[in-house]
Structure formats: structure tokens, C-alpha cells
Design a protein around this ligand. Structure first.
Ligand code: GGG
Length: 456
């Protein structure tokens, strides 16, 4: 019998709908642990930090907060921002303090078009697409360098400087991260987002480092696109994207655009990673605290639940390391090899589906496609609650079943591509031998070639 592994998670629901969605994710993890046959447990500690804490203590988190947090395996975060506290105070006092304090320099924000979710992009109906925004999360425009001065000049006389910080180390590590990620994807491409025509210091350094790093990855296609052109490309040619690496501000904006194009901010997950694992990583929905719907119990928890899945995949890889160490004849390992992914993550997705079902059946209203954002973006509020519940059930089941289906298809496609490559190698051997004979692929092969062309 394997020893139980205990994972210590720091929960910081913080503000607004953060409280509701973190509760949902926690229930998923607890039920996952409950059905792990004693292999692992989650031990939670709740931190009451956020805007209410600020009202009482004049700060967003305890002074020794980082000291305490660093002992945890992962941080599970909700959302920050509330009308009673200036946004820059709440953001810097909590989320950015943790990201910078724990050197969580890679913020991974997948843009996934889920079946059953309506995208405002017409193209999404007939083109298969998904991409990942890799956000530099420790410096750039959010380095926090600058100041305000000269207020003694009186009204209208004050000045402010907000500097962006670009370091070679910071650019290089996020770009290598993006290239390594691209190597794991079907479409092996990295798009760098720049603005070096106007920002001739920081962004030119960014471009130079990109060229240098790209030279180490000759197998990966690259492009460098101005941020304004990239915003248009998200809408017009998203099928040409795979991994998009961008500075802190540019990626912050583009990932919201990506989520909105995928159908809702209420579905976008994110991971703030410390890849060296010197401090815990932090997982959170991309969306904000949505004060206008907070407390109603109507926020869509899927973004948070998908962030839980990222936590299992990227943040708590100790159980996976346990699996990696086992011999290949182990059935769990064999299943993992067969699926091309980890069964723990798969189990989490299945449980997530069950939990959603239970939550809906218990009468809690989850509105499919509901965007939640503290700045009031994309809120879809309907009046017909029973109708919405039915729709949610339908939508959630549709999404999850299709996700699993898509997973199986991806696996089959990968196998088929491998067979295709082997076929192609054999065919080229034949061609070399029978140079005079024209090569005509069989009808079945022609179909496969056409499908592959579409995919690329
Ligand atoms: N859960 C994400 C969240 O609370 N976001 C609030 C926000 O305004 N974040 C700005 C940022 O991502 O830097």
C-alpha cells in the first residue's frame, strides 16, 4: 500500500465572486481526494485577506503573509478588487505582492474554445483552434517602478512616472518557457508580441532576446507581431496561433480578448508559476471579483475549476512524479501512456463533471457562459432561472463530455499522425527506389493529407 501524500493548499478567496468560485474548486479537490483510495489528501488553510481585511487592518494581507504562504504546496486564489479600496492598492497589496514575492514569473493562460460555448467569432464554428498566452509575470510594465511628485505645485501641477522594466534574464526565461511549451503542442509555433516600433528600448531588447532564444529552437516556427496587429490577428486569424508570448501588460490585455473570443471570461483559467519551484505557484481564474453579481451565487465556477485542473497538472506534480517512477507494466502508468496524459488529471475532470451536476441538481444557479469581471465586462444575466439551470446542465455536460471526446480524438490523431509519418517515410523509400513511377497516394491517404493540411 502506497503512503498517503498530503498536499497543503493555501486558499485566498479574497473579494467578491472569488469567495464563491474558490468554494466550488475546493469541493472538487476534496471529492478527488476522497476517491483517490487514500493515495492523497488536501489540507486547506483559509486566509481571510482581501478588501474586507483591508477595512479592518489597513492592509490587504498580513505583514508576515508571504512567510506563512511559502510553506504551502500551492496557492488557490479567487479574485481581488472591491469598490471600497482603490484598485491599485488592492492589486499591489495582494495578487501582485504574491506573484512578485514568489517569483511566479510565468503566467499561463490557455484560450480554449469549448464545444457547447458560443463564440462571437464566426470562424470558431468551422475552424479548430486553441492557443496559450504566456504572460511575463514579474516585470515589464507591472514592475512597479516609478512615482508621483511635485504635488506642491498645486492642482494640475503633479507629475507621474511609470517605468517598464525589461531584463535579459526576465525576457529569456519566459521565452524559453514559451518555446518549451510549443514543443509539447501539435502546432509548433511561438508568436512574440512586441511594440518595438514605439518602445525603442525595452521592446527592442525583448525582440533581440527573442531572436537569440529562437535560434536554439530551430524546430519551432516563429513570428514577431506588434501588439496592435496581434489584437487583430486574435480576431481574424486565430487558427495561426499556438503559443503567444508577451510582456505583462500586453498579455494581460490579450488574454482577456482571447477569453472573450472563446465565449466568456467565466471560463478562462490561469496558473502563476514559479517554474523553479522555489516558492509555491498560484492558480486562479482570469476573471476579477465582479462586484455587481457577488453574493448572488450565480458566478460561473468553471474558470476556477479549470484552474484546479492546472494546479493538479502543473502545481502539484509530486503525485505525478510518483507515477513516473513506476515501471511501465504498472496499470496506472500504462493507462497514462495510452491516454497520453495523466489519469489523475483525467479523474479530476470526471469528478469536476460530477460535481457540476450535483451543484446544479442542488438548485444552485450556474449560468453557462456568464462572464465575470470586476470591470463589468460581458455579464450575461437572464431572467428565466429554471430554464437557465436546464441550460447549464446541458451546457456543462456537453462541454465535459465533448472535452473527454476531444481528448480521445487528440490521442487517436497523434497515433494516426505517427502512423502517417511512418507511411510517408516508407513511401519516400519506395520513391527513391522507383524514381520513374509517379507516386499517387491511395484514396485514404489523400483524405488524411487533406485533414493534416487543414490542421496546419
Ligand atoms: N483572479 C484574477 C484577478 O483577481 N484579477 C484582478 C486584476 O485586475 N488583475 C490584474 C492582473 O492580472 O495583473
Amino acid at each position: 500500500m502506497t503512503a498517503t501524500q498530503n498536499f497543503r493548499i493555501a486558499a485566498i478567496p479574497a473579494d467578491g465572486v472569488g469567495l464563491e468560485v474558490v468554494e466550488a474548486g475546493r469541493a472538487v479537490l476534496d471529492s478527488l481526494a476522497g476517491s483517490s483510495g487514500g493515495r492523497f489528501t488536501f489540507e486547506w488553510k483559509d486566509f481571510p485577506w482581501g478588501s474586507e481585511y483591508y477595512a479592518e487592518h489597513g492592509k490587504m494581507m498580513a505583514d508576515d503573509g508571504l512567510e506563512e504562504l511559502k510553506t504551502f504546496d500551492a496557492i488557490y486564489f479567487g479574485a481581488v478588487g472591491w469598490p471600497t479600496v482603490p484598485d491599485h492598492v488592492s492589486l499591489w497589496g495582494l495578487r501582485l505582492k504574491i506573484c512578485q514575492g514568489f517569483d511566479q514569473w510565468a503566467n499561463v493562460r490557455p484560450v480554449e474554445f469549448l464545444p457547447g460555448i458560443v463564440s462571437p467569432l464566426r470562424k470558431a464554428d468551422d475552424t479548430d483552434q486553441n492557443w496559450v498566452v504566456v504572460r511575463e509575470n514579474s516585470e515589464g510594465e507591472y514592475a512597479g517602478i516609478g512615482g508621483r511628485n511635485l504635488s506642491a505645485r498645486g492642482e494640475g501641477g503633479e507629475v507621474a512616472i511609470q517605468s517598464a522594466l525589461f531584463t535579459e534574464v526576465g525576457c529569456e526565461r519566459i521565452m524559453r518557457f514559451a518555446f518549451d511549451l510549443a514543443r509539447t503542442r501539435a502546432k509548433k509555433k511561438v508568436s512574440s508580441v512586441t511594440k518595438s516600433n514605439a518602445q525603442q528600448y525595452g521592446m527592442v531588447l525583448w525582440d533581440d532576446v527573442f531572436k537569440k532564444v529562437a535560434a536554439d529552437y530551430p524546430d519551432i516556427e516563429t513570428e514577431s507581431v506588434l501588439v496592435d496587429a496581434m489584437a487583430a490577428k486574435f480576431v481574424l486569424h486565430p487558427e495561426d496561433l499556438s503559443v503567444v508570448v508577451a510582456s505583462n501588460l500586453n498579455a494581460d490585455i490579450l488574454s482577456d480578448l482571447g477569453s472573450a473570443l472563446a465565449g466568456s471570461l467565466g471560463l478562462a483559467a490561469s496558473a502563476n508559476l514559479n517554474p523553479a519551484k522555489t516558492y509555491p505557484s498560484m492558480f486562479e481564474p482570469v476573471h476579477g471579483s465582479a462586484p455587481d453579481i457577488a453574493g448572488e451565487g450565480t458566478a460561473n465556477p468553471l474558470a476556477t475549476l479549470l484552474s484546479v485542473a492546472m494546479m493538479l497538472r502543473d502545481g502539484l506534480d509530486r503525485p505525478l512524479q510518483g507515477l513516473r517512477g513506476r515501471p511501465a507494466r504498472d496499470p496506472v502508468m500504462a493507462l497514462r501512456m495510452f491516454l497520453g496524459r495523466d489519469p489523475v488529471a483525467l479523474l479530476a475532470e470526471l469528478l469536476l463533471l460530477l460535481l457540476c451536476l450535483l451543484v446544479v441538481l442542488r438548485g444552485r444557479s450556474l449560468r453557462r457562459g456568464l462572464g465575470v469581471d470586476s470591470h463589468g465586462v460581458d455579464h450575461a444575466v437572464g431572467a428565466d432561472l429554471p430554464g437557465q439551470l436546464l441550460q447549464s446542465l446541458d451546457g456543462i455536460l456537453g462541454v465535459e463530455v465533448d472535452r473527454l471526446g476531444a481528448l480521445a480524438l487528440r490521442h487517436l490523431e497523434a497515433r494516426r499522425n505517427r502512423i502517417d509519418r511512418e507511411d510517408a517515410a516508407r513511401a519516400s523509400k519506395h520513391r527513391a527506389r522507383d524514381r520513374e513511377l509517379p507516386y499517387r497516394p491511395a484514396a485514404e491517404d489523400r483524405h488524411r493529407i487533406a485533414v493534416d493540411d487543414l490542421r496546419e
